[in-house]
Design a protein around this ligand. Structure first.
Ligand code: TMP
Ligand code: ASP
Length: 237
């Protein structure tokens, strides 16, 4: 399968058409951005790490009954995916308070939440991806109906349950994560985009060390080492 036309370029990936109208190739870039692109850098090898990590997590989720756009990992930086219409909602699931949740609501950083919190953000860089509620989603026509919103929440919680248990065995706390979904050609909602240390927070269970993009956001250094450590733990039985 080879890349044809560039369909879309985001901050961390490029999407290309292929000979098959139902399949796209995602190219994972080495770019690192934070604060809506205000902070930008590059980390050689980061794209390959996220491609491998995402591929492994998509396979895990596929095997546990979560529909995903993943088809195959093609090479270091490329993933073959099903073409979907991306739903412009970033679904964030949180187990522990940190990041924008602590800033917005004054909850103590590191506080364990009594249940997994699901939030919706409008995927619009020009507006700074604002937090929105169910009614905003419907007014903005981001999904077809209320049942689809419930499906996004159900899938978000289910993905959380699976990944939280998986990472616990790897001595990592899944603090929170962001996922994106799309409608496939049959109108079914499937998990899309990526799941990587760019889009999740992982804290080492013993030391509390941050092993995700917060190392870049907070200028802690050791970004690539952290991503490598996450991949190593995923691959260790
Ligand atoms: P937040 O605390 O900054 O709202 O982030 C919540 C989670 O979502 C965290 O795991 C990082 C991820 N995230 C993204 O993947 N993309 C984004 O644009 C933002 C703001 C957060
Ligand atoms: N992904 C967003 C950006 O690139 C924000 C973030 O992840 O912190 O700006």
């Amino acid at each position: 399968m080879t890349k044809k036309e560039l369909l879309y370029e985001g901050k961390a990936k490029r999407l290309f058409t292929t000979d098959d109208p139902d399949l796209l190739i995602a190219e994972f870039k080495d770019d690192l951005t934070a604060f809506n692109g205000e902070k930008h850098s590059e980390e050689q090898g980061k794209g390959a790490l996220n491609n491998k990590i995402s591929s492994e997590l998509f396979k895990l989720l596929d095997n546990t009954g979560i529909p995903t756009h993943f088809v195959d990992m093609l090479d270091e930086n490329h993933m073959l995916v099903k073409r979907v219409d991306i739903i412009l909602i970033e679904v964030v699931v949180r187990n522990i308070a940190t990041g924008s949740l602590t800033r917005r609501l004054g909850i103590e950083d590191g506080k364990k939440l009594p249940f997994a919190l699901v939030e919706f953000y409008y995927k619009r860089d020009d507006l700074g991806d604002p937090l929105i509620n169910d009614e905003h989603c419907l007014i903005l026509d981001l999904v077809k109906n209320e049942a689809d919103l419930e499906e996004l929440k159900r899938l978000g919680r289910e993905i959380n349950t699976i990944l939280k248990a998986f990472f616990r065995k790897k001595e990592l706390n899944l603090v929170d994560f962001k996922v994106e979904f799309g409608y496939d050609r049959d109108g079914k909602i499937v998990l899309a985009d990526e799941i990587s240390p760019d889009s999740c927070r992982f804290w080492d269970i013993k030391s509390g060390e941050k092993l995700d993009k917060d190392r870049f956001r907070q200028s802690l250094g050791g970004v690539k080492l952290a991503y490598e450590e996450v991949l190593k733990r995923i691959m260790t039985k």
